[in-house]
Design a protein around this ligand. Structure first.
Ligand SMILES: [Mg+2]
Length: 448
C-alpha cells in the first residue's frame, strides 16, 4: 500500500488586534492611533508530524475583519489539496490564487485580496520550511537556483528582468554562500530602530529612547515627520543632539505630502543630515517619487512598504525613483513576489532595507534579508532591517536583537507562529481582552 497522501484539512482564521493606540506606539503623521492587528491564518494537514503553516496580513485595526474575510475566500483553493505537492512546488498555489479569474477582479494583484494571498502563500512557505526542518532563510539560501526562479512569476517583469538573468544572479549569489552563512550565524544582520521616533512621543521620551538606541548598538534610528514642520525641526534637533553626528537618522513621512511639499519639507530638515526620506508621497506615484529624489539628493528616497506588487517596484526602479527598496513581508503576494522584488533590486543595484514593526513583520522579513545576504547580493553594506521593540512576546520564535543586529533564526519555519494564549486573548471582539473592554462591547451591540 502506498503511504496515505498528506492533505490540507483546514484553513483556520483569526481576527487578532492589539490595543497599541492606547500608548501612541506606532503613531505617525498618517496613522495617529493604530491598533496593530493581524488577519491570521493557520493551514492544518492530516500529517502525523502535526506541522501547521502560519501566516498573516498586518493591518492597523478596523478592517481587519475585512482582511480575514478575504483570506476565507481563498479556502476552496486549499482544503483537500496535497500538502506534499504544494510544499514541493509552492508556485502552483501562488499561480492558482493570483489567477482565480473571479477574485482577480478585486485587484488585480493589489489591495485586500492580494494581501490575503500573501498571508496564505506565506503560511504555505512556513509549512514547507517546517517540513524541510529549516528556517525559511536557509531553505531559500540552499534551494536549487533553477527551482527558485520557477517560484517567481515573471509576467509583467521581463522588460526589466528575465528568468535567465535571475538565474545568473542566483548562481553568482551562491558563490561563497557557506562562508556567509557562518558569518550570519555568528554576527547576525544589521538593524535600525524606529522605537524612539513615534510622532506621539514627547521630546524627553524621544531623546531618552534615541540615546538608549545608540547605547544598545544601533547605528541608525528613524523619526516620524510630516504633521507640523516646526515640530519636526525641533524633534530633529533633539534627536541629532541625542545620537551625535555619526549615527544615521532616517525620516518617515508616511505618504503625507504632495510632491512640491515633500521637496520643501525635506529641504527644511536637511540641516540635520537625514539619511533618507521615507514615503514622501503616494506609494503609487512613481514619477512623483522620481521628482522628489532628483530634488532632495543627497538625501535618499526610500519607499515600498505600501507598494502593491512587483510591477510598481519594477517601475520605481526603472524610473530611478528611489535609493532604498523597502519590501514588506506581508504586503505583496508573499515570499515569491518578494523574491521577485529582491531580484529586481539586485539587478538595479539598489539596496533593500525592509519595512518591519507592526505585528510580526520583523519576525517574517528577517528571513528574506538573510537569504539576500547569503545567496543573492552577498552584502549587508548600506542594508538594515527595521526594528520596533513591541509585541514580540506574542510569538513562539520571536526575533532576537543583539548589539543592534538581528540574530539569525534557527528554528524551522518562517517565525510566524503566535502563541495560542495570545491568539485567544486578543481575538476581536470576543477574546478575553476585548470582551472586558466596554467600548468594544458597545460597538458590537450596535453592529448587531
Ligand atoms: Mg514607514
Amino acid at each position: 500500500m502506498p503511504p496515505h497522501p498528506v492533505r490540507v484539512t483546514a484553513v483556520d482564521t483569526y481576527d487578532v488586534r492589539f490595543p497599541t493606540s492606547r500608548g501612541l506606539d506606532g503613531s505617525d503623521a498618517m496613522n495617529p492611533d493604530p491598533d496593530y492587528s493581524a488577519a491570521y491564518v493557520v493551514l492544518r494537514t492530516d500529517a502525523a508530524d502535526g506541522h501547521e503553516g502560519h501566516g498573516f496580513a498586518f493591518t492597523i485595526g478596523r478592517g481587519n475583519d475585512v482582511q480575514v474575510a478575504a483570506i476565507e475566500a481563498l479556502r476552496g483553493h486549499l482544503v483537500g489539496r496535497s500538502a506534499d505537492e504544494l510544499c514541493a512546488d509552492p508556485s502552483v498555489l501562488n499561480r492558482d490564487l493570483v489567477g482565480d479569474s473571479q477574485l482577480r477582479w478585486l485587484g488585480p494583484e493589489k489591495g485586500v485580496m492580494h494581501m490575503a494571498i500573501g498571508a496564505v502563500v506565506n503560511a504555505l512557505w512556513d509549512l514547507a520550511a517546517k517540513r524541510a526542518d529549516k528556517p525559511l532563510w536557509r531553505l531559500l539560501a540552499e534551494a536549487d537556483p533553477a527551482w527558485l526562479v520557477r517560484q517567481v512569476d515573471f509576467r509583467y517583469l521581463t522588460d526589466a528582468l528575465t528568468p535567465e538573468e535571475a538565474l545568473a544572479l542566483l548562481r553568482r549569489g551562491r558563490e561563497g554562500a557557506g562562508e556567509r552563512t557562518a558569518r550570519l550565524l555568528e554576527h547576525g544582520y544589521p538593524a535600525y530602530t524606529t522605537s524612539p521616533g513615534w510622532l506621539g512621543y514627547d521630546d524627553d521620551k524621544l531623546a531618552r529612547l534615541a540615546a538608549r538606541a545608540v547605547a544598545d548598538g544601533f547605528r541608525q534610528i528613524k523619526l516620524k515627520v510630516g504633521a507640523d514642520l516646526e515640530d519636526d525641526v525641533r524633534r530633529c534637533r533633539v534627536a541629532r543632539a541625542a545620537v551625535g553626528p555619526h549615527v544615521r537618522i532616517a525620516l518617515d513621512a508616511n505618504q503625507r505630502w504632495d510632491v512640491a511639499e515633500a521637496i520643501r519639507w525635506t529641504g527644511a530638515l536637511a540641516a540635520f543630515d537625514p539619511y533618507w526620506i521615507e514615503e514622501p508621497t503616494s506609494p503609487d506615484d512613481v514619477l512623483g517619487h522620481a521628482a522628489v529624489r532628483r530634488a532632495v539628493a543627497p538625501v535618499r528616497v526610500a519607499t515600498g512598504e505600501h507598494v502593491q506588487n512587483r510591477v510598481v517596484f519594477k517601475q520605481l526602479l526603472q524610473a530611478g525613483a528611489l535609493d532604498v527598496v523597502q519590501i514588506d513581508a506581508a504586503r505583496v503576494g508573499g515570499v515569491p513576489e518578494n523574491l521577485a522584488v529582491l531580484l529586481l533590486a539586485a539587478k538595479f543595484g539598489v539596496p533593500v532595507c525592509p519595512h518591519a514593526g507592526g505585528v510580526g513583520l520583523c519576525e517574517l522579513v528577517q528571513h528574506l534579508s538573510m537569504f539576500d545576504y547569503v545567496a543573492l547580493t552577498g552584502t549587508t553594506e548600506d542594508r538594515v532591517i527595521e526594528y520596533v521593540d513591541h509585541l514580540h512576546d506574542h510569538f513562539l520564535d520571536p526575533v532576537v536583537i543583539r548589539d543592534g543586529r538581528y540574530t539569525a533564526p534557527r528554528a524551522p519555519g518562517f517565525s510566524a507562529a503566535m502563541r495560542p494564549e495570545s491568539l485567544a486573548r486578543f481575538t476581536y471582539p470576543d477574546g478575553a481582552f476585548w470582551a472586558a473592554d466596554p467600548d468594544t462591547q458597545k460597538e458590537k451591540e450596535q453592529a448587531a
